[in-house]
Ligand binder design. Structure first.
Ligand SMILES: [Zn+2]
Length: 205
């Protein structure tokens, strides 16, 4: 069977999680390190795989909570080269992606589109409408990345300055996924930036 990559650390050393009362065959497979036992509560959102390198569990129904996303915020950039900023208000009826490209690490305030800081001549500002079918396909694309299972931080301490990034996804009931990094990225980073490019139409990251 094809090994699945861990969304937190990128290791291919991952095994299936077996739920329910284990059979003698299951127990033998556990001893051989081919699977782990995951308790007996079976639901659609239980993780399906366990990473033997970092311990992360993943492959659950990560699709469902993102449908209720109340906001999506993303930043990548640094003092050199362009920075990219994205914001989606998930509570808005007519959803849109607010996108800004800035230079020299300049800040924008996409939550408040009328903020004069957004109208600096060096800020490229775009609003991309997300009609419901596009919104749903955006959520489905994001769900393939298993963002909730990413590490909270990816840091390469050997490099000063360079590129920083932050992704904040908010869900109802104050659930927040906050992921960030400094010159280091999660395993699905390229896939993630491709998805953003697909919707924004700009090279990001
Ligand atoms: Zn891992």
């Amino acid at each position: 069977m094809a090994k699945k990559k861990c969304p937190a650390c990128g290791s291919l050393n991952t095994v299936k999680i077996i739920y329910g009362l284990p059979t003698p065959e299951t127990i033998e497979a556990v001893y051989r390190g081919e699977c782990v036992i995951g308790g007996c509560c079976v639901s659609d959102i239980d993780p399906k795989r366990h990473c033997k390198s970092c311990g992360q569990e993943f492959g659950g129904g990560s699709l469902y909570p993102l449908f209720e996303m109340t906001s999506f915020e993303f930043y990548v950039g640094g003092y050199f080269g362009p920075s990219h900023h994205l914001y989606i208000d998930g509570k808005r009826k007519n959803k849109l992606i607010r996108y800004a490209k800035t230079q020299g690490g300049m800040y924008v305030d996409l939550k408040h589109p009328k903020n004069p800081i957004n109208f600096h001549p060096e800020v490229l500002l775009k609003e991309i409408p997300l009609p419901s079918e596009k919104w749903l396909s955006f959520i489905k694309d994001l769900s393939t990345l298993e963002i909730p299972c990413w590490n909270d931080e990816y840091n390469n301490v050997a490099i000063l300055d360079g590129t920083q990034w932050e992704l904040i996804i908010r869900l109802p009931n104050r659930i927040t996924f906050r992921k960030n990094g400094s010159n280091s990225y999660p395993p699905y980073w390229n896939k993630f930036t491709k998805i953003l490019k697909k919707y924004v139409g700009e090279d990001i990251g």
